[in-house]
Design a protein around this ligand. Structure first.
Ligand SMILES: Cc1ncc(COP(=O)(O)O)c(C=O)c1O
Length: 432
């Protein structure tokens, strides 16, 4: 069988039997991946600036992670945390207690980000006895029903599923795109005022269980919330007995140049939701909160068959060890600054580039909305033709986001950035 016919056979099977509901960005057939590169079944090599959507923080198939997975698979693959304890889950819970902010010391493990978000909403409702949830416009929290209900980055995610979950209210996220030219302090004041308006007109704060926020908005466009806004949110929650929940599914584990984005504002949430880079690719999510809060969650009120799978926990432990031992959090911060400086300079003078912004290795290149719908897909296609995989975000798809592995090799980075810059310049020269 030739490489081409093997590829065609896999594609045909996949097209016939995999549900088309999922957006598929390319039809490549991936065979192998290592570091920041992957190879397709027809033998082509690509650079990966997507990292499984911010999952592979230490790159694909890091030796130490592969070894940890193999070792645990040989010992046992599944047992069920409801039938006993095991070392990898206990060690990981202890490790998360150590590295997460403040006194967050107790963990419930799930299988994914969305599932952990649903669990966090259940925890908040059960513990406070209140029904209301406040989330933010532009936010993405996942595809399970609870997560879909609080997501507001596109109506397509909610269409046909309404009514989803009652008592969810959305406030504007404090991002400058909405109020361009307005000072950060004014944005904070405006957005806090909008929450107060929800309290005055829609739901009394004594009926709100939780306010949930991505400290840096991910899918909605790569916008960091001003630290001052997060600090004010903490005060607001404290004054009304509302639980503050951080969705750090995308921002956790060094992506923003700190272990957790919470550290940028110095605010500890009541509940921290983690997934994606937690385990570098093995399915795992976590709901981290103080022991006191978890103890108020009625026993048996939540659970999971696979949550805290021993192999996923082993992978997560290896992942965190590598992030720490190889100083990758610091690298994320420094490398991020370097890349933003380079892109600001190389893309200078292109009117259609609105902004290059970044916090650690969460980097966004935002395009003028009038041309984004045609330019962004073209840039992605051009990059792919030159063997670079990139992805976009933003509620109108206007931002190219870079999610490089934190340990990307200099040579691969250089090559990938050059392909990206060329794709942007070529596309914009046609658009203008
Ligand atoms: C901020 C955020 N929360 C939650 C999720 C959902 O995670 P999962 O796809 O693992 O359910 C995502 C996924 O992109 C995310 O970016």
């Amino acid at each position: 069988m030739t490489l081409q016919s093997k590829t065609a056979e896999i594609q045909e099977k996949a097209r016939r039997h995999l549900s088309p509901v999922m957006t598929r960005v390319t039809e490549m057939v991936v065979e192998r991946a290592k570091g920041a590169r992957f190879w397709t079944s027809d033998g082509e090599e690509y650079i990966d600036f997507v990292s499984g959507v911010a999952v592979n923080a230490i790159g694909h198939a890091h030796e130490a992670m592969v070894e940890a997975i193999q070792k645990q698979a040989e010992a046992f693959i599944h047992f069920g945390l409801n039938y006993g304890y095991y070392e990898t889950a206990a060690n990981l819970a202890e490790k998360l207690a150590e590295i997460t902010p403040g006194s967050l010391d107790t963990v419930f493990f799930s299988n994914s980000g969305g599932e952990a978000i649903d669990g966090a909403l259940k925890l908040a409702k059960a513990v406070t006895g209140r029904p209301g949830i406040i989330a933010f416009e532009g936010s993405f929290h996942g595809r399970t029903m609870g997560a879909t209900a609080i997501t507001a980055s596109s109506s397509k995610y909610r269409k046909f599923y309404e009514p989803i979950l009652g008592e969810v209210y959305h406030a504007p996220y404090p991002y400058p795109g909405q109020l361009r030219g307005v000072k950060e302090g004014e944005i904070t004041e405006y957005c806090l005022g909008q929450i107060q308006k929800i309290f005055d007109l829609r739901i009394d704060p004594s009926r709100v269980a939780a306010i949930i926020i991505e400290p840096v908005m991910g899918e909605g466009g790569y916008f960091p919330a001003p630290p001052e806004f997060i600090q004010e949110l903490r005060r607001l929650c404290d004054s009304h007995g509302i639980l503050l929940v951080f969705d750090e599914v995308q921002t956790g584990f060094g992506r923003t140049g700190k272990m957790f984005a919470a550290e940028h504002s110095g605010v500890t949430p009541d509940i921290l939701v983690l997934a994606k880079a937690l385990s570098g690719g093995m399915p795992l999510g976590a709901i981290v909160a103080a022991r006191e809060l978890h103890e108020k969650w009625p026993a048996g009120g939540h659970g999971s068959t696979f949550g805290g799978n021993p192999i996923s926990c082993a992978a997560a432990l290896a992942n965190i060890k590598i992030l720490q031992e190889e100083n990758l959090i610091e690298r994320s911060s420094k490398l991020g600054e370097r890349i933003v400086t380079r892109l600001r300079s190389s893309l200078k003078g292109l009117d259609a580039v609105n902004e290059v912004r970044g916090i650690g290795l969460m980097i966004g290149i935002e395009f003028e909305s009038s041309i984004a719908a045609s330019a962004v897909p073209h840039i992605k296609q051009k990059a792919l033709e030159n063997k670079l995989l990139i992805m976009n975000c933003g509620v109108y798809g206007q931002t190219i986001r870079l999610m490089l592995p934190l340990n990307i090799e200099e040579e691969v980075l250089e090559k990938g950035l050059s392909i990206l810059e060329k794709a942007i310049k070529e596309t914009l020269s046609k658009e203008e």
